[in-house]
Design a protein around this ligand. Structure first.
Ligand SMILES: [Zn+2]
Length: 352
């Protein structure tokens, strides 16, 4: 089968479409014919490499995939869930964990000592087929397209973890969500809005103003025209607030220190990435005097992804898709992510 592989890190040339053997499912595993895969910043990190971090190269890219069940491992045909049989439409939950430890059994599998992510710690879905544990399959109803399903896992799961499990946002609070056009923030705006909070977001281009407002943003700051600190002052003054109760920041170096300063007393900040760099300086006095909490987050519980799929089926959450690209267009897609020329998600179709 053909697959998009990274054998050594680098630029566009590091992405190689090559022929590899079709993977065989073992007992407890399932082979899925991939119909669509959502691209993430993670795919770019795998291509470029991360200083001080070792990816298990060569590696097939692709974390968020959907498709149809093609075959089961030996002795495992249609054994547990009647809705999961050959040909069933499924979303592949990207977190792989042991299933036996305290973290797994208590429902927050990202803390499993054996936790891994498809396309990062093992082969992902940018191939004709992917083999995953049975437990990683989530059935999807016909009302959710393969492309929509593939737009969900990393952005929605991470946003869900930050808003509900970490920040625990409440109705009446105000949250600042940086980079509203990014996949995770477009998900976070919708999820934060569900709580009844006031949502403020930042974007670079005025042309995306209506799009973030349609997702649920109450206030928009154009960070190329005014600093977000100035924008917040302008927005918060009529609300009688001096700071926001919550911030979601995955920009990192360029924004983090000011994000911490923007928090109200008792404020909470969640960070799920650092696209502008990860070295930051914060004044600890601000942290303890103002009783501020800083949370790190990556991915989320398999159970939460099931809930997200249900809410998408009910049209209460909406996948945000910029463009659907062909399998061959992967290198162009990653360049667009690198150059921040995307609103929401880019989806790569399976092979024709
Ligand atoms: Zn575990």
């Amino acid at each position: 089968m053909r697959a998009w592989r990274v054998e050594s890190h680098g630029g566009r040339e590091a992405l190689k479409q090559i022929e590899i053997p079709k993977p065989e499912p073992r007992a407890g595993e399932v082979r899925v014919r991939v119909a669509a895969t959502g691209l993430n910043h993670l795919d770019l990190w795998v291509r470029k490499g991360v200083p001080g971090h070792q990816f298990p190269l060569p590696l097939t890219l692709g974390t968020d995939s959907s498709g149809t069940i093609e075959s089961f491992g030996p002795g495992d045909t249609e054994r547990l869930v009647p809705s999961l049989k050959i040909g069933s439409r499924v979303l592949v939950s990207p977190g792989i964990s042991c299933g036996h430890c305290e973290a797994c059994l208590s429902g927050f599998d990202p803390l499993c000592p054996h936790y891994g992510i498809l396309g990062e710690t093992c082969d992902g879905g940018l191939a004709e087929f992917i083999v995953v544990p049975y437990a990683n399959l989530i059935p999807i109803p016909d009302s959710i397209s393969f492309e929509e399903a593939a737009a969900l896992p990393i952005p929605f799961l991470t946003a869900w973890t930050m808003v509900f499990r970490k920040i625990q946002l409440k109705a009446g609070e105000t949250i600042l969500i940086h980079a509203g056009g990014s996949g995770v923030s477009a998900a976070a705006i919708q999820i934060a809005k569900m709580t009844g909070a006031t949502v403020i977001t930042t974007i670079g281009k005025r042309e995306n103003d209506a799009r973030v407002r349609a997702l649920g943003a109450d206030h928009v700051i154009f960070y190329r025209e005014e600093s977000f600190r100035e924008g917040l002052k302008r927005i918060l003054k009529p609300l009688g607030k001096k700071g926001v109760e919550a911030v979601i920041d995955h920009v990192g170096q360029d924004t983090f220190a000011d994000s911490v300063k923007s928090l109200a007393w008792g404020g909470r900040l969640a960070c799920c990435g650092a696209t502008s760099g990860s070295s930051v300086e914060i004044d600890l006095k601000v942290l303890f005097f103002k009783n501020i909490a800083l949370h790190g987050a990556t991915m989320g519980s398999k159970a939460d992804l099931i809930r997200i799929v249900q809410l998408v089926a009910e049209k209460k959450l909406n996948p945000v898709i910029d463009t659907v690209l062909s399998f061959e267009e992967l290198p162009d897609g990653l360049e667009r992510i690198e150059n921040r020329q995307v609103f929401g998600k880019l989806i790569i179709q399976g092979q024709k």
